[in-house]
Design a protein. Structure first.
Ligand code: HEM
Length: 562
């Protein structure tokens, strides 16, 4: 109870006791009978007074509700708020996490110009945003980078809530990510998993000391996989030499780098996003980077998309159809109720880019970190190998159908998602109306960002949060999955804007991990005592790409028959 209420109660108490003293005095002078009327009067008066007090307390609370405060946060300057601190505190995500710690809060409000950025760093409040108030927070911000990367919000991931988002999300969930198509393209994914093993095997036989750059392998596995699913090609220009075991060419390297750059810049606290009048001046250089990324994606994607549009338009003219070979065929062949193409060139470009960048970062980063942690913890590595030996054995290669039985391996990936997310924050969710979260006022148009490390490394949720302990995920369930709808850490998120690619994302991640572990023994380079598990200064990725020695551990014919 507030001091103000305590004073009010004391005053009321005093008033009531004064009144009762008066009645007592009166009663001594008046006949007993009237006294019988005095007692009920005191009771009635007291009840009325209490009712009045309760009404006042309720009234004040209601008023307070209306004037509810914003979450705590640094005091900003007039007009610009804390925008100046975006310049002096790079990388911004580390500054925000320092502030959360200094202010000892799980919810914080930063003001950049007129935009309130609400940072959430505990599962309970995250659930309030993404589950309880899911419908209110179902939009995304308009930013310079997200506008370019989505060709003017023609796709789904980056689009604000509205008809375009609904249309493209429907296309993704019911066409591209349908169970039927996933089953149909199983062969493609299996071929890529074989290619991965063949590539590492060749590295073992050719590279000095069988050194393998795990980051390179993991990122390019994801790149190859998604190009195969999207365009039916691993290479933009097929190499003239037989490609068995060949690595990425310059275009593929440029492609994967562009996708990672896009992900690193898409929501990166660009000043002109809070002061749109500054757009074009490119004060922090983000616009130039975004143009560079788009130039690469357009150069590599456009000719393929144009050719396919032409092919399907010819088929349409002749009233013909053919089987869907890949995701692009699906996008290009979709028709509206009048038999016209459902998606425009821009929409297809936007959706293609989105599918590409949706899959590139999380699987590769999780597998790189998991391997780094496991090489430092032989007991964890041993348990994983034991599981693979028991469930799959050494006589065949692990397949997608084995994944349901590889609980310990899935627990390792969950642990990597928990402890080492690629992004420090979830993509921002925008409040579509004024609301309250954790008792604080969240104004309409606020950007809510959920800290992934705030969830995954939260000491109130996890024992020894900085320790890599896959066992913690085995305790609560017999069938381990990579999703975490309770948001005790962030994997695929939840709610209306949650990830629709859970099934594809899980199988790509698990096949990458399981094939690398089953196919090879991984050890530190000679002279290295332990792998330094240091994060990069500018991101949550390992500071240096993980380089390990790999040794084939299966019968030779398994590698050579692929
Ligand atoms: C291990 C792999 C993956 C992980 C960990 C992952 C995780 C996430 C997360 C955390 C979000 C943000 C959700 C939010 O804003 O609350 C998201 C959004 C999204 N993901 Fe994934 N994802 C993965 C793979 C994929 C794949 C393979 C696809 C499809 C090709 C995909 C498509 C999407 C889409 C379309 C959205 C945006 C949904 C919307 O805004 O409506 N993701 N993903």
């Amino acid at each position: 109870m507030s001091l103000e209420h305590q004073h009010k109660l004391a005053a009321l108490h005093k008033y009531i006791s004064t009144s009762s003293n008066t009645t007592t005095l009166m009663s001594s002078k008046t006949p007993l009978a009237p006294c019988h009327h005095v007692v009920p009067f005191t009771v009635v008066f007291t009840l009325l007074a209490l009712a009045f007090l309760l009404y006042r307390i309720k009234g004040t609370t209601a008023m307070k509700k209306e004037l509810r405060w914003l979450p705590p946060g640094p005091v900003g300057l007039p007009i610009i708020g804390s925008t100046h601190r975006l310049i002096s505190n790079k990388p911004v995500f580390r500054w925000i996490h320092r502030l959360l710690k200094e202010m000892n809060t799980n919810i914080m409000c930063l003001r950049f110009g007129t935009v309130h950025v609400i940072v959430v760093s505990c599962p309970e409040i995250a659930r309030e945003v993404l589950r309880k108030n899911d419908a209110i927070f179902a939009s995304r911000p308009i930013t310079s980078a997200s506008g370019s990367f989505s060709f003017g919000y023609k796709g789904s991931i980056l689009s604000p809530y509205g008809e375009q988002w609904k249309k493209m999300r429907r296309v993704l969930t019911s066409e591209i990510l349908s169970t039927a198509l996933e089953r149909r393209f199983h062969g493609r994914r299996a071929e890529e998993a074989d290619h991965l093993v063949r590539f590492v095997y060749n590295r073992c036989n050719t590279a000095a000391n069988s050194n393998v750059d795990v980051r390179h392998v993991a990122q390019h596995f994801c790149g190859n996989m998604i190009r195969r699913l999207m365009f039916s090609k691993r290479y933009f220009v097929e190499p003239s030499v037989a490609s068995a075991g060949a690595g990425p060419g310059p275009d593929e390297v440029e492609h994967v780098n562009a996708l990672f750059t896009l992900l690193n810049y898409v929501y990166s606290f660009c000043i002109s996003d809070y002061f749109p009048v500054l757009r074009g001046l490119d004060l922090d250089g983000h616009e130039k980077v975004a143009h560079g990324v788009m130039a690469v994606l357009n150069r590599l994607h456009d000719p393929i998309i144009e050719e396919r549009l032409h092919e399907w338009s010819t088929l349409r003219k002749h009233g013909e159809k053919r089987e869907m070979r890949d995701f692009l065929d699906v996008l290009v062949s979709l028709e509206d109720s009048e038999g016209q193409p459902l998606l425009s060139f821009e929409e297809i470009k936007a959706q293609t880019a989105e599918i590409m960048f949706a899959i590139i970062d999380n699987p590769s980063n999780a597998v790189e970190w998991a391997l780094a942690e496991m090489v430092n913890k032989p007991e964890v590595m041993e348990k994983a190998m034991h599981e693979l030996n028991t469930v799959v054995g050494k006589g065949r290669l692990v397949q997608e159908s084995d994944i349901p039985h590889l609980n310990y391996l899935k627990a390792c990936i969950r642990e990597a998602f928990r402890l080492h997310p690629y992004h420090s924050f979830n993509p921002p969710h925008v409040a579509m109306k004024d609301t309250t979260v954790a008792g604080y006022m969240i104004p309409k148009d606020s950007h809510v960002i959920i800290s992934r490390v705030g969830l995954g490394r939260n000491p109130n949720i996890w024992i020894d949060p900085l320790e890599f302990q896959p066992e913690r995920h085995l305790m609560s369930c017999s069938n381990v999955v990579l999703t975490e709808p309770d948001l005790r850490f962030m994997s695929f998120s939840t709610g209306r804007r949650g990830c629709p690619g859970v099934s594809l994302g899980s199988s790509v991640t698990m096949m990458l991990f399981a094939r690398l572990l089953q196919g090879f023994s991984w050890t530190k380079l000679p002279g290295v005592q332990t792998i330094e598990l240091k994060e990069s200064i500018t991101s949550l990725a390992l500071a240096e790409p993980l380089i390990l020695q790999a040794e084939p551990r299966l019968p030779v014919h398994l590698y050579e028959s692929m």
